[in-house]
Ligand binder design. Structure first.
Ligand code: EPZ
Length: 410
């Protein structure tokens, strides 16, 4: 893989930002919005509530406008079951509209993923919460600021409560908060809307409640996970690729691992360059919360280790069921054994192409990376998982030399 490619806007920033628009009446403008299935679902959720929420046609496809006026504060099961991040409307609805009826997300392929911390926090802010018929029913005249200590670090939990607290009476302190760049981006945008948030990016966030917020015009930061995936594409093919828009400060742990594997990673004015080594060295990985190694890069790194010189142990500490890609990689000739929450990856000389099945978003990216390196042809089924979080990935890989195309499932 040789050449340059451009990172799109971040999915995990776009989703909470679109939900945050519910906090202020008027027209919001979001730029650099990735063209993804999950973003389309969030726009649908907003439209279901009575907002005008659309992507502009033609060349301006990365621009979204959200017009918020009268809102029916309800997110139906049909939509929430397809994208659990829809739960991010809960905080804004209770805070601004005094009530919300949001379907419980239920489990997903990578884990049970409960939202107990979201509900615990909303109750602490004074909301009455009931679970009936698979829905969260929440009510509050006006939320009241307080101190909330998360029992565990949760990204969307931090985002939901940070949004809710912006319109609460008094000050809220979030302790043991998530530090992800997407949380910081959300705080940045809420402050542009008139909120008073400090400490985002650290594990202690303070929010001074205000009476109301105003609409915003904002361009979304680049997707660090897509950038990481493209860097691994260069590494696994021994290529030389510049990933434009990749921000080194958001990819520290990933860059360290790629360097340990023998890659040459350099910062350039407009992005990150990866030169892949002829021989990849094995490196152990532990997934943890930011700024540690992201769980959303675990599957992609595992593929790299599957053809490394040596054995790597990859431990997944965030989700209890995020090794669904292992049996598929083994079908391609990898030698990976699962022991509890770790995968022992014995590097093999080569992978061979095979028909494989995508099971979740990042697993599907890992199968594409394996296909780029494997001998022969790999057919990846159920790529709708991929389209949830990658913007036309095959169209980004082809100009770099990948022989990849989308074919209709029979
Ligand atoms: C966000 O999910 C991301 N999604 C995920 O990205 C990412 O994997 C995850 O954070 C971790 O980095 C979005 O931002 C839309 P968590 P989130 O709450 O917020 C447990 C991708 O591939 N937990 O930080 O849902 C939970 O089960 C996706 O783009 C509770 O027990 O993750 C998990 O084990 C996948 N109770 C752990 O905490 C709660 O109330 C971390 O989950 C909340 C979470």
């Amino acid at each position: 893989m040789e050449g340059e490619t451009q990172v799109s806007g971040a999915k995990n920033a776009a989703l909470p930002l679109l939900a945050a628009s519910l906090l202020a009446e008027g027209e919001h403008t979001f730029r650099n919005v990735p063209d993804l299935l999950d973003v389309a679902t969030m726009l649908k959720v907003l439209r279901t509530m009575g907002c005008h929420a659309d992507r502009l046609p033609g060349g301006e496809r990365r621009l979204c406008k959200v017009q918020v006026s009268i809102v029916t504060p309800e997110a139906p099961y049909e939509l929430v079951k397809t994208m659990r991040a829809s739960v991010l409307v809960l905080g804004p609805l209770v805070a601004r509209h005094g009530r919300a009826r949001v379907s419980l997300p239920g489990g997903c392929a990578i884990g049970a993923r409960p939202i107990d911390q979201h509900l615990k926090g909303l109750r602490a802010l004074g909301a009455e919460i009931e679970i009936t018929g698979g829905y969260v029913e929440a009510r509050a005249k006006r939320l009241r600021g307080t101190t909330i200590a998360f029992d565990l670090i949760t990204v969307t939990g931090t985002e939901n409560l940070m949004m809710a607290a912006t319109l609460a009476e008094g000050r809220t302190l979030l302790e043991n908060a998530a530090r992800e760049p997407e949380v910081e981006e959300l705080a940045r945008v809420l402050n542009k809307m008139g909120a008073r948030i400090s400490g985002a990016g650290s594990d202690r966030i303070s929010i001074e409640g205000v009476a109301d917020l105003h609409p915003v015009d904002h361009s979304i930061l680049p997707d660090r996970i897509e950038a990481g995936t493209l860097l691994v594409a260069a590494a696994i093919t021994g290529g030389n690729v510049l990933v434009r828009g990749a921000q080194p400060q958001h990819l520290d742990a990933v860059i360290q691992k790629l360097r340990q594997a023998g890659c040459e990673i350099t910062s350039e004015t407009n992005g990150l360059r990866c030169k892949g080594p002829t021989v990849i060295q094995s490196a152990d990985v532990q997934t943890t919360e930011y700024p540690g190694f992201p769980t959303d890069m675990q599957a992609q790194l595992m593929v790299l280790m599957s053809i490394a010189n040596g054995t790597a142990v990859i431990s997944e500490n965030i989700f209890e069921n995020r090794f669904m890609h292992v049996p598929e990689l083994d079908r391609m000739g990898a030698d990976i054994t699962i022991q509890g929450n770790s995968a022992v990856v014995k590097g093999v000389k080569r992978l061979s192409g095979a028909p494989v099945m995508a099971t979740d978003l990042r697993a599907s990216a890992s199968l594409i990376l394996a296909g780029l390196r494997a001998d022969g042809r790999t057919d990846i089924h159920r790529v709708y998982h991929l389209d949830r979080g990658y913007e036309h990935l095959e169209k980004k890989l082809r100009p770099l030399g990948a022989n990849i195309r989308r074919i209709k499932e029979k």
